[in-house]
Design a protein around this ligand. Structure first.
Ligand code: CMP
Length: 139
């Protein structure tokens, strides 16, 4: 089934000029980038986005990291896009990520792990709505 998922290319990757290389892995996997914008996250945006992790000990660090350099927010479309993108990203901890995945190739640590991808279709819709309107998405 054709789905849309939400992706962020994180500050550790934009800082190292890896946007194009990350996008190449995404496109080679058969996912289409149907919306994309480079932004500087505000504190309010970062806090809202990671609200589910507010009680975790790394929340403050995570919010600060997401504001530390520009990020690229994206909508990806394709067959089973949510699960497929999670496969393409690899495990949260790059030390456990399968070879060839974005995190195995580029991530620096469990915190600075180059990309975010939605973990469910429901969260994908909520996350997309934080950064894009339907008019921004050209499939
Ligand atoms: P992400 O998929 O964006 O969702 C939550 C993020 O929290 C995760 O990627 C990591 O970047 C971050 N994270 C998870 N575990 C840790 C940790 N132990 N220390 C710091 N950051 C973490």
């Amino acid at each position: 089934m054709t789905e849309r998922t939400f992706s962020i290319i994180k500050p550790d990757a934009t800082r190292r000029n890896l946007t194009g290389k990350v996008n190449a892995v995404i496109e080679d996997a058969g996912l289409r980038i149907v919306a994309q914008r480079r932004i500087q996250m505000t504190e309010a945006q970062a806090k809202t986005f990671y609200e589910v992790h507010a009680e975790r000990p790394f929340y403050g660090e995570l919010v600060a990291f997401m504001m530390s350099a520009p990020v690229v927010v994206q909508v990806l479309e394709g067959d089973n896009a949510v699960a497929k993108y999670r496969e393409v990203m690899g495990a949260t901890n790059p030390a456990q990520a399968a070879a060839g995945t974005i995190r195995a190739l580029y991530a620096e640590s469990v915190g600075e792990n180059s990309v975010h991808g939605s973990d469910s279709l429901e969260n994908a819709k909520l996350e997309m709505a934080q950064f894009f309107t339907e008019a921004d998405i050209v499939g």
